[in-house]
Design a protein around this ligand. Structure first.
Ligand SMILES: Nc1nc(=O)c2c([nH]1)NC[C@@H]1CN(c3ccc(C(=O)N[C@@H](CCC(=O)O)C(=O)O)cc3)CN21
Ligand SMILES: CC(C)C(=O)C(=O)O
Ligand SMILES: [Mg+2]
Length: 276
């Protein structure tokens, strides 16, 4: 299994890091078989799996449940789990206990925290306590209410400068990786050059040290509208829809089940059943 040291080495060797989300055992198994470097159990599961319209309702118990399932499906892949909304903002004790649960109960190898400011102190404390931390800057979806929507961040020079400063701070705090979401490609490039920890981009152009996408987005499973930064490598919803509607038709017309799907009783037993 890769480690935080492997990811740093990959950056030094200009070898791109491929990260993908997974939320359950079968998807995690496929993602591992595809040769992914890191799995992210993202709180985006609230939207793509649980049907909420943001990541705000996701709980620590949701993250533990899904991390455990992912771990069972991908035993040999490094797993990062998102700390969900407001589970790392109150006391240090609460933050550490939530990280402990994600690692000890959920099987995560690292946790991911969104944001700057006081969150950076939490990154430092967690790292000191032995918890590998992935930072997440740019568009931080847990702050959608404050940001006023899912918008590209760091578009003007002032905001870009602030983001670069924050990236340097998370590195200094000990973060092992940095996810950069929805920032202009020039800023993502600059940050990737200026810090020594790997940057993983989503909607941040090709010059980050790695890329991450949401599983459901890249296989076209679920919502029709996906953000501009998504490449749908297939549209699995179409195959699923076709299979499901064919099943309904075959049930209605008694084409399913066929003999090969059916169990039979021996004639002598049948005689006994009727003959008594
Ligand atoms: N399915 C899914 N994929 C994701 O990548 C994702 C989630 N869910 N949920 C959590 C966050 C929310 N994310 C989002 C959601 C929407 C946009 C979006 O619509 N962006 C606009 C850009 C708007 C602008 O120009 O400022 C776009 O057109 O892509 C971006 C990120 C990323 N994350
Ligand atoms: C989009 C990625 C970076 C994420 O945080 C998630 O899937 O929750
Ligand atoms: Mg997330």
């Amino acid at each position: 299994m890769k480690t935080t040291a492997s990811f740093k080495e990959m950056k030094q060797n200009n070898e791109k890091i491929a990260m993908m989300t997974a939320y359950d055992a079968p998807s995690a198994k496929l993602v591992e078989e595809a040769g992914i470097d890191v799995i992210l159990v993202g709180d985006s599961l609230g939207m793509v799996v649980l049907g909420y319209d943001s990541t705000i309702p996701v709980t620590i118990n949701d993250m533990i449940l899904h991390s455990k399932a992912v771990k069972r499906g991908a035993k040999n892949t490094f797993i990062v789990t998102d700390m969900p909304f407001l589970t790392y903002h109150s006391s240090l004790e609460v933050t550490i206990d939530n990280a402990r649960r994600l690692m000890q109960d959920g099987g995560a190898n690292a946790v991911k925290l969104e944001g700057n400011g006081t969150v950076i102190e939490k990154i430092e404390k967690l790292t000191n306590a032995g918890v590998p931390v992935v930072a997440h800057l740019g568009l931080t979806p847990q702050s959608v209410g404050v940001l006023g929507g899912y918008r590209v961040q760091g578009k003007d020079a002032k905001a870009a400068k602030q983001l670069l400063e924050d990236a340097k701070k998370v590195e200094l705090a000990g973060a092992c990786m940095l996810v950069l979401e929805c920032v202009p490609k020039q800023l993502a490039r600059l940050i990737s050059e200026e810090i020594s920890i790997p940057t993983i981009g989503i909607g941040a152009g090709k010059e980050t040290d790695g890329q991450v996408l949401v599983y459901h987005d890249l296989i076209g499973y679920g919502s029709e509208r996906v953000p501009k930064f998504v490449k749908q490598y297939t549209n699995i919803s179409e195959s699923i829809c076709h299979a499901l509607s064919t099943y309904v038709t075959e049930v209605k017309t008694s084409q399913f089940p066929e003999d090969k799907h059916t169990f039979t009783m021996k004639d002598e037993e049948l005689d006994r059943l009727y003959g008594g």
